[in-house]
Design a protein around this ligand. Structure first.
Ligand code: NAD
Length: 260
């Protein structure tokens, strides 16, 4: 029997990058991933790719900052499958600019996707998890849940905030057999990171190679990028946990960039 046989996992932002890898791996181990993404076309393509392997997958259009869309997306999942066992709140963006002239609209947009998105998807899934007396919630944090970097004020703020949300949910969810944890990756080569390399090169007046070597991977133990597979391993570890012992925790997967 595979680890996720019969389990339904809603993964936000899973049309691309880290979320997509988590969805593929969840399906490969027997689960049904729900590909919830702003980009429905890409979500459908990811779901079709998973179904082509013989597994099940369901795509839903969901802007995680839109209360009505989140409620509808989760209701559609429950109408189809009767439950949601796992939530991976992963959708996110990055905007890099110095704090001194960070546009307020960008600040609000970033906080909304990371924090409102985590809150709204948690709240919508939790009702069903409580009814079933089972749930595994995993938030996509970052080394930036623990450390700061220049140019990333709202991102660092939001990623720190997710630790607080997970700890509250760990306490409130305990009596309902719902755990909450945070996975904190180092840099992973996804579209989110590839976009930042030229932007940071321009802001700091250095080459793209220097951004990678002297900023992104400078403090790793081996100069390596973390991979989507590495992050999926950690997420699925929390998702598969049999008992409620691991809750309210955060796990850093970053080639030693940050050590607790
Ligand atoms: P990505 O850009 O490859 O994928 C992000 C996905 O989120 C996209 O499919 C996008 O359409 C979706 N999305 C964006 N806004 C949305 C919204 N409002 N509603 C629903 N979906 C939305 O990025 P990624 O690198 O895979 O990032 C995934 C998560 O991992 C993010 O939370 C990010 O902060 C976090 N993270 C990434 C890295 C990294 O180095 N790539 C490191 C640490 C943490």
């Amino acid at each position: 029997m595979a680890r996720f046989d019969g389990k339904i996992g809603l993964i936000t932002g899973s049309a691309s990058g880290i979320g997509k890898e988590i969805a593929i791996r969840f399906a490969a181990e027997g689960g049904t991933p729900v590909i919830a993404d702003l980009n429905l076309e890409a979500a459908e393509a990811t779901a079709a790719g998973i179904r082509a392997t013989g597994a099940d997958a369901f795509a839903v259009a969901m802007n995680v900052t839109d209360e009505a869309q989140v409620e509808k997306g989760v209701a559609d999942v429950v109408a189809k499958y009767g439950k949601v066992d796992v939530l991976v709140s992963n959708a996110g963006i990055q905007i890099v600019k110095p704090l001194v002239d960070f546009p307020f609209a960008d600040w609000k947009k970033l906080l909304s996707i990371h924090l409102d998105g985590a809150f709204l998807t948690t709240r919508a899934c939790l009702k069903h998890m409580y009814a079933a007396s089972y749930g595994r919630v995993i938030y996509m944090g970052s080394v930036h849940s623990k450390e700061a970097s220049k140019l990333k004020a709202p991102y660092v703020t939001a990623k720190h905030g997710l630790l607080g949300l997970a700890k509250v949910l760990a306490k409130e969810g305990a009596e309902h057999n719902v755990t909450a944890n945070v996975v904190c990756p180092g840099f992973v080569r996804t579209p989110l990171v590839d976009k930042q390399i030229p932007e940071q090169a321009q802001e700091f007046g250095i080459t793209e190679e220097e951004v990678i070597k002297n900023i992104m991977l400078k403090d790793t133990v081996d100069g390596q990028f973390t991979t989507t597979d590495d992050v999926a391993d950690a997420v699925l570890y929390f998702a598969a946990a049999k008992s409620n012992a691991m809750t309210g925790q955060s796990l850093v997967v970053s080639h030693g960039w940050f050590m607790e």
